[in-house]
Design a protein around this ligand. Sequence first.
Ligand code: PMV
Length: 356
Amino acid sequence: MEQIWLDEAFKGEIPNDFQGKVGWQSPSNIALVKYWGKRGKQLPQNPSISFTLSECCTETFVQYEKADLFGFKFFFEGQENPAFGAKIEKFLLDNQAFFPFINQLNLKVESRNTFPHSSGIASSASSMSAFVMCLLGIENQLVGKQFDFQKASYFSRLASGSAARSVYPKMALWGATDCYKGSSDEHAVSLENDIHPVFKTFRDSILIVSGEAKSVSSRAGHGLMEGNPYAPARYAQANENIKNLLLALKSGDLDTFINITESEALQLHALMMCSNPSFILMKPNTLRIIEEVRNFRNETHIPLCFTLDAGPNVHLLYPDHLADRVGDFIKDVLLYYCVENQFIADYVGNGPKRLL
Ligand code: PMV
């Protein structure tokens, strides 16, 4: 695949009057089967599946104009932010063989998140995919091509692994598996047409247990999987979970969905605890919420379950028609465990939106 993108790269001379602005909004995603452990050039050790979110997004605009040399400025929420920009600049320089035209452009990037900055929600999936979509938008102006979402997923993956899954509506699968035709380690694929309607409108209420920055980055966490003695068992288990979750997603089997989703969340954090050095990203209130959710489900038989990202916040997943019932439970019981009663009412979304 890499060769195709290299061959089709625009290598010509950019006209002197070439200038304009592109903009994309791209969502965050929440994994059900987790990607934890990588190899080679940002390739996953096991396949993963996620819901694409709707409310947690990054909006990015890129203004471009012909220049003699590559120029780059990055603004986050109105302020110039060289630290945030450095990651994008590095991605561009690492991948200039695919996008050689950047060496003839001045780029001004303006980015903002639609969710609170202090919520502890990771924004690399939404921000990197939004930027990559803008970059492909500029390339398309030069070569006059249709937007290619697979290519967007491929380069989003190189920018930040899980970002590969953000470019598709509803649900995505990233990583090669015999259980899904067309799946690949190099890019994600859409699962939109292979899921039961109940999952197309699923809710994700994100309970903010802590807004603090994580003590261990995802990058470091992935790295620690290399010496983790449980890694081979984990990768085997993830593949088994992919197989069973794909079947449950198709048939609408909520019991299996809950069983796999919660087990995956706990496995992710168990792997952190079994790394060397070990680390814990959950907080006491994370466990309290998990206990409340399981008690609520046992008592009411309402199919509400939880998942966790690489952090202490709890994602509550449930069918849309139960929103009132679960909403009462969140307000009456769970907000007590959240910082300043904060939560984000998100739901499964329709993928990135072109803004300009
Ligand atoms: O994309 P990264 O490198 O930030 O890793 C994401 C890892 C998890 O969020 C914990 C799991 C996942 O599959 O999204």
